[in-house]
Design a protein around this ligand. Structure first.
Ligand code: NAD
Ligand code: PRE
Length: 308
């Protein structure tokens, strides 16, 4: 039996990310006790019914009392108010972290509420599904996925960072470290703008009523199915992501629109060379990612004959 990384962990907000953390912590024997708090009675009842958390508390103060690590797993827009609510009950020396998809806005919202004798070490696991709520979690969610740790200050305790790293590694993740603004720009490109594009594409399809009546469902085995999966993600979470990573997302969408206009023009003017060169370039990027071993889920390109 491995030694737990923390004696007591508190998970605040019992949805997909927190419930997956709980099952992964249990799988790895990473904490002595895990307490949990959710705002709604219905969520707390469900959590108790399915054995999510060793102890489900009815107040955030009870959940964080005596905890060595507190992880805020609520939507980005709720982080500040939850931090304010729990601040007076935090144990001296505790590590406070979060899992929010945006980092600069969360740091600005949470930090002012925290007492000086705790360590604030924000983080973001790059793993999720389109499902939400306490029943959607599973222990394997973080296996081989990245978790980015974003220390709030330059003088954040290295011991606190190392302990949080050990927890995420114990849950199966690969851990990296980044500055908050850089994180927000990278995620605007790789996650936030793509989600907005998926939402838009599904909305466009829905506008074409005759398509959605039957054909979209019938033929959505291809790329569009991934769009509909992503566009089924939690509306509160994604509203908060866009409102709290405004600048980076707008910057990326501006660039995206420019490229889209150029492609649109190439189609209208019959500029096949532009389209071909563009697609050749993007294909090389995809192949580069796979060759560098950075997409562990990608199938080999070129199937060829089955290998005996
Ligand atoms: N879903 C993903 O793909 C994903 C991936 C990485 C990070 N995240 C981040 O993780 C966090 C949680 O996301 P999730 O997918 O687990 O969401 P979820 O909807 O499954 O769970 C969120 C939980 O927070 C609770 N909550 C909402 N407002 C609250 C408040 N004011 N006070 C207390 N509790 C409140 C909800 O009731 C729910 O239990 C978000 O910040 C999100 O940006 C999500
Ligand atoms: O797989 C999915 O459903 C996701 O969208 C997960 C995903 C992403 O990769 O964009 C979504 C938001 C996060 O903050 C991190 C991960």
């Amino acid at each position: 039996m491995t030694k737990p990384v923390f004696d007591r962990v508190a998970l605040i907000g019992l949805g997909l990310i927190a419930s997956s953390m709980f099952w992964a912590i249990k799988r790895g024997g990473l904490a002595g006790e895990v307490t949990g708090y959710a705002r709604s009675q219905a969520t707390r009842d469900t959590a108790r019914d399915i054995g999510l958390c060793d102890r489900v508390c009815d107040t955030v103060a009870d959940a964080v009392e005596g905890a060595d690590l507190v992880v805020l797993c609520v939507p980005v827009g709720a982080m500040g108010s939850v931090a304010a609510e729990m601040a007076a009950s935090l144990k001296s020396g505790a590590i406070i972290s979060d899992v929010g998809s945006v980092k600069r806005a969360v740091i600005d919202a949470v930090q002012p509420h925290l007492p000086e004798d705790v360590h604030f070490v924000p983080a973001h696991p790059l793993a999720g599904t389109e499902h939400s709520g306490p029943e959607s979690g599973f222990a394997e969610l973080y296996d081989n996925r990245w978790c980015i740790i974003v220390p709030a200050d330059k003088d954040t305790s290295p011991e606190a960072v190392a302990k949080l790293r050990a927890l995420w590694e114990g849950m199966g993740a690969n851990v990296d470290q980044m500055d908050a603004d850089h994180h927000d720009l990278v995620l605007a490109v790789t996650s936030h703008a793509p989600h907005l594009i998926a939402y838009t594409m599904v909305g466009v399809a829905d506008d074409l009523r005759r398509v959605t009546d039957s054909e979209v469902i019938k033929y959505s085995a291809a790329g569009f199915r991934d769009f509909t999966r992503i566009a089924a993600s939690d509306p509160t979470m994604w509203r908060d992501v866009f409102l709290n990573n405004k600048d980076a997302t707008l910057e990326i969408l501006g660039r995206f629109t420019e490229e889209l206009f150029a492609l649109q023009r190439a189609i209208r003017t019959g500029d096949g060379d532009h389209l071909f060169d563009y697609f050749t370039h993007t294909r090389a990027i995809r192949r580069g990612i796979i060759e560098a071993g950075q997409d562990t889920e990608a199938p080999d390109f070129g199937r060829g004959a089955p290998k005996s």
